[in-house]
Design a binder for this molecule. Structure first.
Ligand code: ADP
Length: 480
């Protein structure tokens, strides 16, 4: 695709874009039209090793906090100054509506602004004690090279969370975006290249994901792996990294319950469901996956939600009228279709949609399933599509038990007019993010991450930076 931010279609290491011609290539496809947007070199282990070497070289000089602050604020400014073009690229390769892509660029910029604000917490300090006759000074050192592996559903946002934390901590990075959506990272590197960053401080490789991942896990100098993606790949990376005892920051799958009690404001709950569920055509790990509605509100909630969902406009993300874009590819669409078929086989009813939508890409109609239960795949796995699966529950205890009935623990949402109940229910849910009368997802200022099989570590806020920090304690004899 043509863009002033894509003058070169290549990876980047040791301070320059690297075109490698004598190797296989892969295509990046527009999910709305299935047209090829770009053809890129397939980098593998040798390029990943060169990128790690470059990053190791950059470790020689730890940038000062003031230097990091300048870089973070420059990146924030560059992202905000290029929202329109970056959003066009995200929509082209990911398919989401253009307004969502613009929101994603703004969201990405927010991580750099917040990380810049958090830097004061990384200043060295003396503990307010004398112990063992010593003064104790504490430093926040960069943990080392960080390997950042990101998925396709938020091609910029997921990288922004990681990169802001790593830069704030002073860590050089080797970045591997998803091969489905590498163009927004390349565009971002065009902006990074224009900055005064040391050679090797940021590096970009893509192509053979297992080979690159293996290098990042096996190289001892890579001290942090930060990964967002499937639980299976997260486990593989943890296993590959185990011999080198790396820090792992893993944001894995979710299976978010969206619990609506009888006393909830149903119109508000439906509004929040619409905003939460249909972002990126339902392809987010914080999307409501199981909508659990108490008996007394069930019929009314189904009616109101169905009315809203029926009116959603499906189409290419570049069309301003579009509410719901295509799924990322045909594989994603057949997975959604098979989960809907499984639910129907097991007794669910299709109230809205339930079929593919027309268009060259993998479009799927916004769908409502009712009468869902725990035996169905759609309540055990992530739907990752525009399908609202609604299940009924009897009372508070049953609602909590159903909400917690998953090995995952990323996001949950609870709606009730009773503040005590909200507190009580949240305290019993094993999810890292629990929206109370809101379907909102993460924000740069707050730490976000999963419990149980949804991963390790947090992104955003101070905690997101500390993933890349090693604490060093230096005792010195106290003056007599
Ligand atoms: P999704 O189902 O969201 O595509 P994946 O876990 O497959 O999730 O992909 C997330 C990221 O992990 C992508 O950048 C992908 O290329 C990368 N990835 C996939 N397999 C491996 C692997 N074996 N080693 C390292 N990275 C991998």
């Amino acid at each position: 695709m043509n863009s002033r931010l894509l003058p070169t279609l290549a990876g980047y290491w040791d301070g320059a874009f690297r075109s490698v011609t004598a190797q296989p290539t892969f295509d990046v496809v527009d999910p709305a039209s299935t047209e090829v947007l770009a053809t890129l070199p397939t980098y593998g282990a040798s390029e990943a090793n060169r990128a790690v070497d470059a990053a190791v070289g950059a470790l020689a000089h730890t940038p000062s906090l003031e230097q990091r602050r300048q870089w973070l604020l420059t990146i924030e400014r560059e992202l905000l100054g290029n929202v329109t073009e970056l959003a066009r690229i995200i929509t082209a390769e990911n398919g989401k509506p253009i307004a969502e892509s613009q929101g994603e660029v703004n969201y990405s910029a927010g991580f750099f602004a917040d990380a810049a604000r958090q830097l004061t917490h990384l200043e060295s300090r003396d503990l307010p004690i004398t112990a063992k006759g010593h003064r104790w000074r504490l430093h926040h050192r960069p943990a080392g090279v960080a390997g950042l592996i990101t998925p396709w559903n938020f091609p910029m946002g997921m990288l922004a969370k990681k990169l802001a934390g790593a830069i704030a901590a002073g860590c050089p990075t080797v970045i591997k975006p998803s091969e489905l959506t590498p163009l927004s990272s390349i565009a971002w590197f065009t902006l990074l290249h224009e900055m005064d960053l040391p050679k090797g401080f940021v590096n970009l490789v893509f192509g053979d994901a297992p080979a690159i991942g293996n290098v990042l896990c096996e190289r001892m100098e890579v001290r942090v792996i930060s990964f967002t993606g499937s639980t299976g790949v997260g486990r593989l990376l943890a296993t590959q990294s185990a011999p080198n005892l790396k820090r792992m920051s893993l944001e894995l799958g979710g299976n978010a319950p969206f619990v609506v009690f009888d006393d909830a404001d149903l119109d508000a709950a439906v509004d929040h469901l619409m905003a939460n569920k249909f972002r990126n055509a339902g392809q987010t790990c914080v999307c409501a996956n199981r909508v659990l509605v108490q008996d007394g509100a069930y019929d009314e909630f189904v009616t109101r939600a169905s009315d809203r969902i029926r009116s959603l406009v499906v189409g290419p993300g570049a069309d301003l009228a579009t509410d719901v874009g295509p799924l990322i590819d045909e594989r994603a669409r057949s997975k959604v279709a098979s989960m809907v078929a499984d639910a129907v086989d097991r007794g669910a009813v299709i109230a809205v949609g339930g079929e593919s939508a027309p268009g060259a890409g993998a479009f799927y109609a916004p769908t409502v399933l009712t009468g869902v239960n725990g035996s169905m795949r759609c309540s055990q796995e992530e739907l990752f599509g525009p399908v609202v699966a609604i299940e009924r529950f009897a009372d508070e205890e049953a609602g909590i038990v159903r909400a917690n009935d998953t090995e995952y623990g990323l996001a949950a949402y609870v709606f009730s007019a009773d503040a005590d109940r909200l507190e009580r229910v949240a305290a019993r849910l094993h999810f890292g993010h629990v929206g109370l009368n809101t379907g909102t997802g993460p924000t740069p200022e707050a730490p976000f991450g999963g419990m149980q099989q949804s991963g390790l570590g947090r992104e955003g806020g101070l905690e997101g930076i500390l993933e890349y920090v090693e604490i060093q304690t230096c005792p010195t004899p106290a003056a007599p």
